[in-house]
Design a protein around this ligand. Structure first.
Ligand SMILES: Nc1ncnc2c1ncn2[C@@H]1O[C@H](COP(=O)(O)OP(=O)(O)OP(=O)(O)O)[C@@H](O)[C@H]1O
Ligand SMILES: [Mg+2]
Length: 248
């Protein structure tokens, strides 16, 4: 279980994340985190990854405070993030295969000398082929780059995958394929997903539960159909109404 408990992050006197409570059970599971731009979604994600230390509150991994862990290795491997392609997820100067091999070595995931085979396996898991290993990120399409970023995240056999707008830079057809892939991977690898998006239509495809952030606070949370039927907050209503085919 990965848990944010009463997490607050203050920047320049403003609470951009305000007493947020979130629980990600062991997978397969999917929680959508939605909210308009600037509502604090990425900051929450960075807290869960241990990249931002909350001003107040704690993040717990399997019951242990991540800020006080003597051996953070298992947590670091278990929780991975995939960001939007436009945010330079992959090093432009590194071939895809090298980038994945580096992760395998840093975490000693496979015996030396077997990395190439494992890279091919990971690429195949995400619908790429072994020959993509020799390419640089700019030699792939946006959708292929996002697949490569997912393969790299999977290299450490994570339990929790935080996806920060993973498909926002892609057209709708490619977006749907990536969401399909995540759906399959979630089952195969028993992943628990936190899917961050400003688009309910994206969240709907992967998540049964949703939390709505507004000015750093969670204003609605629960099973997706319930939240859609009876939103507590106008922010939830406007996110819902932005998707025409959802019930008003
Ligand atoms: N390092 C920082 N220093 C100061 N303010 C920050 C910092 N990081 C984020 N913020 C502010 O915190 C607020 C929340 O930012 P965050 O990136 O979490 O929003 P978001 O919901 O991910 O937005 P978007 O949908 O545009 O990605 C914003 O007002 C942002 O300007
Ligand atoms: Mg963001």
């Amino acid at each position: 279980m990965l848990e944010a408990r009463d997490v607050t992050v203050v920047y320049e006197g403003t609470a951009v994340v305000d007493r947020v409570n979130l629980t990600l059970p062991e997978g397969p599971y999917g929680l959508g985190l939605i909210g308009e731009s600037g509502s604090g979604k990425t900051t929450v994600a960075r807290c869960l990854l241990g990249l931002v230390t909350p001003t107040h509150g704690t993040v717990l991994f399997r019951g242990a405070d991540i800020g006080a862990m003597r051996q953070p290795g298992p947590y670091r491997r278990a929780v991975q993030i995939v960001v939007q392609d436009t945010e330079g997820a992959l090093d432009p100067r590194m071939r895809i295969g090298t980038a994945i091999t580096e992760v395998l070595r840093a975490h000693r995931m496979v015996p030396r000398g077997t990395e190439r085979g494992r890279v091919a396996e990971l690429l195949s898991d995400v619908g790429l082929s072994a020959e993509h290993a020799a390419r640089y990120p700019h030699q792939l399409s946006g959708g292929q780059r996002q697949r490569a970023a997912i393969a790299r995240a999977l290299a450490v056999r994570p339990r929790f995958l935080v996806l920060d707008e993973p498909t926002s830079a892609l057209d709708t057809v490619v977006q749907a394929r990536i969401l399909d892939l995540l759906h399959t991977l979630r089952t195969e690898h028993r992943l628990s997903l936190l899917l961050i998006s400003h688009d309910l239509a994206v969240v709907e495809q992967l998540c049964r539960h949703v939390a709505v952030l507004h000015h750093g606070r969670i204003v609605d949370q629960g099973p997706l159909p319930d939240v859609l039927r009876e939103p507590h907050h106008p922010a939830t209503r406007s996110l819902r109404d932005a998707v025409p085919r959802l019930p008003p």
